[in-house]
Design a protein around this ligand. Structure first.
Ligand SMILES: Nc1nc2c(ncn2[C@@H]2O[C@H](COP(=O)(O)OP(=O)(O)OP(=O)(O)O)[C@@H](O)[C@H]2O)c(=O)[nH]1
Ligand SMILES: [Mg+2]
Length: 620
């Protein structure tokens, strides 16, 4: 799942292009219609090959740049719009600087309104100028495509290029800690509160209990949608609308996040890397008041410049940011700083530590050293990455591959095990995320099986193992863990979802009862397998086998469970008295034909009650 975000100077044609691509007018506010300009974020989607892709349309006017910042956080690709008749303008540069600071991984430049340009030399000039503007930024090699939303010129090529770019884009990670930075809150009568955003870091499911952070309100997911389609599970990287119960519209604002309870909390202080824009008109100073933009949130903050007096234009450094109100952020989140007035983008960076605990002494060498380590990744993070690459992996192999000294590796391993980020399954180590992926797969497989075969009690362990494509050494402990966690129930050789039950229709139930009394009356000389199947239908027959109500001994011989127990009991006491039994004895004992006698004897060998000695059987 991917999201495209627009960018570019006011009036350059972003919303018109989005409508031409998607058929959806992203300007939804009446004020936007009246003023013919985008004020707040707009949303649309389009089909690109196999993928349905979300679109976030941002305003270009500098007065609304803060709305733009709330929208670009989660995007995978920037659709950078420049009007061919005007070329690069102030917000062309400012939006570009923001995308660069956020390290937006992909971009396509639409040189739009080409229908307004008659002179091919002008077009070439604008293109050359843009190449210069984009040089040295994340969009350095972005293709520049001439298009017109009015005439449709170049639109097919634009679609094609967007599709190709997204085919090679890296999907948003799923680390089992879903969070939705909220960019819109509204109510729909009859449903209540709806929040929307681009989902990060995991999946949400219908019915999940959630928490709004940093406000700490609890609620539950009553409905999930992406692009107006209902979902049971929302995927990371997609545009998601969540219908929340237990949370009123007044409890939530843009910039809050939806997360699973206890996974993300607010902070008033964080450590970060920072890059000051080269064209900033002054250095970034210590104890300066700035506006912080992170996720979809914005708040006032104060800078604490670490390890340097100040950070010069074009330079990088370390910051601690002290916030005026809590922010729900996680390590790795990117942020932008702006000067409050007159408004200007200053720079941006990446959160290194959301909970540094205290204000650092600015010039202590160990403070900077710690920040340097955090930038590269802590030993635990690096070790976890190695596990993710190799899993399942034995401890010995992991320590060999970890590429760090053994004491550090051992300590990091212990930390990860204590924090539950790693778990041991048999002799193998697996990450929490890896485990959760298997867990989800097991849930899905069982649900699909039960949907397809509602009358079967469950699927066999072996079948589950092969569908999960797991080696037995990992599967056995994985299954034990899954059973312990209440994910599935083991019933003989079968496994099933805990809430699954075989339920017959009243007609089927009547047929079952008829068959069981027929079997009881018949005793040892039971009707054939084929006859039994015909009496109740194949699916019901197999359900009775799964449930243990029928015991099938051979291709042709089947008994009701009571008759079966009785026959085995008779055979056992005969053997206890006489020491051995052959086919003729069995026939006489049970008053049956050779067919049944042989089937019973062979079955007793199979369940290891007896073993064959010459023509006879003895107790095993
Ligand atoms: N001739 C021509 N006009 C266009 C084209 N695309 C957009 N326009 C016109 O340009 C004006 C601005 O277009 P918008 O799509 O609103 O521009 P925008 O970038 O979304 O503007 P903001 O969201 O306010 O920043 C409108 O009058 C459009 O009709 C085009 O391809 N050709
Ligand atoms: Mg617009």
């Amino acid at each position: 799942m991917f999201v495209i975000g627009t960018a570019g100077h006011v009036d350059h044609g972003k919303s018109t292009l989005v409508e031409a691509l998607t058929g959806i007018d992203p300007d939804r506010l009446s004020e936007e219609k009246e003023r013919e300009m985008t004020i707040d974020l707009g949303f649309a989607w389009l089909q690109l090959g196999e993928e349905e892709v979300g679109v976030v349309d941002v305003p270009g006017h500098r007065d609304f740049i803060e709305n733009m910042l709330a929208g670009v956080g989660g995007i995978d690709l920037a659709l950078f719009v420049v009007a061919a008749d005007e070329g690069a303008m102030p917000q062309t540069r400012e939006h570009l600087a923001i995308l660069d600071l956020l390290e937006i991984p992909n971009g396509v430049v639409a040189l739009t309104k080409v229908d307004m340009v008659d002179d091919p030399d002008w077009l070439e000039l604008v293109t050359l100028d843009l190449e210069e503007v984009f040089a040295g930024t994340v969009l350095e090699n972005a293709p520049i495509l001439p298009v017109s939303a009015k005439t449709g010129q170049g639109m097919d090529a634009l679609r094609q290029t967007l599709m190709e770019k997204l085919q090679t884009a890296v999907p948003k990670p799923d680390n089992g800690r879903p969070r939705l930075p909220i960019d819109r809150v509204f109510t729909v009568s009859g449903f209540g509160t709806i929040v929307t955003g681009t989902l990060l870091d995991g999946r949400f499911r219908l019915g999940d209990s959630v928490e709004i952070q940093p406000v700490g309100k609890n609620g539950r997911i009553r409905g999930l949608q992406t692009h107006k389609t209902k979902l049971d599970v929302a995927q990371p990287g997609s545009r998601v609308a969540i219908n929340l119960t237990g949370v009123s519209k007044e409890d939530v604002v843009r910039g809050n996040i939806v997360a699973l309870p206890g996974t993300v909390k607010g902070t008033l202080l964080f450590d970060a890397t920072y890059r000051h824009l080269a064209d900033a008109d002054a250095p970034l100073k210590h104890n300066m008041e700035v506006k912080l933009f992170v996720g979809a949130a914005e708040m006032v903050a104060r800078t604490r410049v670490l390890g340097a007096q100040q950070i010069e234009p074009g330079e990088e450094g370390w910051l601690q940011l002290a916030l005026s109100e809590p922010a729900a952020i996680v390590r790795g989140d990117r942020f932008i700083l702006r000067r409050p007035s007159p408004g200007a983008t200053l720079g941006g960076g990446k959160v290194l530590d959301p909970y540094p605990g205290r204000r650092h002494r600015r010039f202590r060498p160990d403070v900077v050293q710690r920040l340097q380590t955090l930038t590269k990744g802590t030993p635990a993070e690096l070790l976890l990455q190695t596990v993710r690459r190799l899993e399942p992996v034995s401890q010995a192999d992991l320590l060999k591959q970890a590429n760090m000294d053994s004491d550090t590796a051992a300590a990091a391993l212990q930390t990860l095990l204590n924090e539950g980020e790693l778990m041991a399954l048999g002799k193998q180590l697996i990450s929490r995320i890896g485990w959760e992926q298997h867990r989800d797969k097991i849930r899905e497989l069982l649900a699909a099986f039960h949907r397809e075969f509602p009358l079967r009690l469950g699927l066999s362990r072996e079948e589950l193992r092969s569908r999960l494509r797991l080696p037995g050494a990992l599967f056995t402990p994985l299954l034990a863990q899954a059973a312990e966690d209440g994910l599935l129930v083991e019933a003989g050789a079968l496994v099933h979802a805990p809430d699954h039950q075989v339920t017959f229709s009243s007609q089927q139930q009547a047929a079952v009862e008829r068959l069981l009394s027929q079997l009881a009356a018949a005793g040892v000389n039971s009707p054939s397998v084929k006859e039994c199947k015909t009496a109740v239908s194949d699916p019901v027959y197999f359900a009775l086998i799964d449930l243990g109500r029928l015991r099938q001994l051979s291709a042709d011989v089947v008994y009701g469970s009571e008759q079966y127990e009785q026959l085995v009991g008779q055979m056992r006491s005969y053997l206890q008295q006489h020491g051995s039994i052959n086919a003729a004895d069995t026939r006489d004992l049970l008053q049956t034909s050779r067919k049944y006698a042989i089937a019973i004897l062979e079955h007793l060998d199979e369940i290891r009650l007896t073993r064959r000695v010459g023509d006879s059987r003895e107790l095993f």
